[in-house]
Design a protein around this ligand. Structure first.
Ligand code: E4P
Length: 228
């Protein structure tokens, strides 16, 4: 299983890489905004860092970058994607799960520009990126569960459908907008390829009160034991 960091902040990326050995990055316009940098500067800085770490290539360390969300025609999406993809060999282009988006992703994949079909909220939507060869599909978990839906069946359906038709592993399933350790476990249990989440979610997933309590118990025992 792979873990991506959902962030465009370089300090978080460096920390997540050093601590958790993350496998890639996903960004979106909101993450770019939160980085406090202009779009090209934010993605350029990430591209430079990836190169400096010797992680060049989307096969090694994919960095998903979303096209301008105002674009709504196949041609304009393709044009924007080509420009972003030319910046770094690590960039995978995020395209929304609309008819025009699928048509754009289909063409981009034919050109060798890898795509991540994003803003997926149903198993039916998730079929089309697989059918048309996208590298990634991003079903959103957090947004649905924040809205009171349970996503266990949703992710399991996508995994099973992909297995039924030989898409599994070719179009990799990124469980996106993951907010809690419980959601990570649910995605892992049904065989999703990747989770993308913020640094705090990963930190919460390793922190456990019993572990801290255990360290305290063992520390007290250590202190109360003669050394020789
Ligand atoms: C996924 O690729 C998206 O960037 C992300 O998960 C969006 O959700 P969030 O920013 O609300 O977490």
């Amino acid at each position: 299983m792979k873990f991506f960091l959902d962030s465009a902040k370089l300090d978080e990326i460096v920390q997540a890489h050093k601590t958790f050995g993350i496998d890639g990055i996903t960004t979106n316009p909101r993450h770019i905004q939160n980085s406090g940098k202009p779009f090209l500067k934010a993605i350029g800085d990430i591209a430079s860092w990836v190169k400096s770490e010797g992680l060049s290539g989307y096969e090694v360390f994919p960095v998903s970058v979303e096209i301008n969300p105002h674009l709504d025609s196949r041609e304009s999406m393709i044009d924007a994607a080509r420009k972003i993809a030319a910046i770094s060999p690590n960039f995978v282009i995020k395209i929304p799960a609309t008819q025009e988006g699928i048509a754009a992703a289909r063409q981009l994949e034919k050109e060798g520009i890898r795509t991540n079909v994003t803003l997926v909220f149903s198993a039916a939507q998730a079929l089309w990126p697989a059918k048309n060869g996208s590298l990634f599909v991003s079903p959103f978990i957090g947004w649905k569960e924040d809205n009171g839906e349970d996503c266990g069946k949703y992710i399991n359906d996508i995994v099973q459908i992909y297995k039924n038709y030989g898409f599994y592993g070719k179009t990799q399933i990124i469980c996106a907008a993951v907010r809690t350790p419980k959601q990570i476990v649910e995605c892992a249990a049904v065989g999703a390829d990747i989770v993308t989440a913020g640094l705090e979610v990963y930190q919460n997933s390793i922190n456990h009160a019993y572990t801290r309590q255990g360290i305290k118990i063992f520390s007290d025992a250590w202190d109360n034991t003669a050394r020789e």
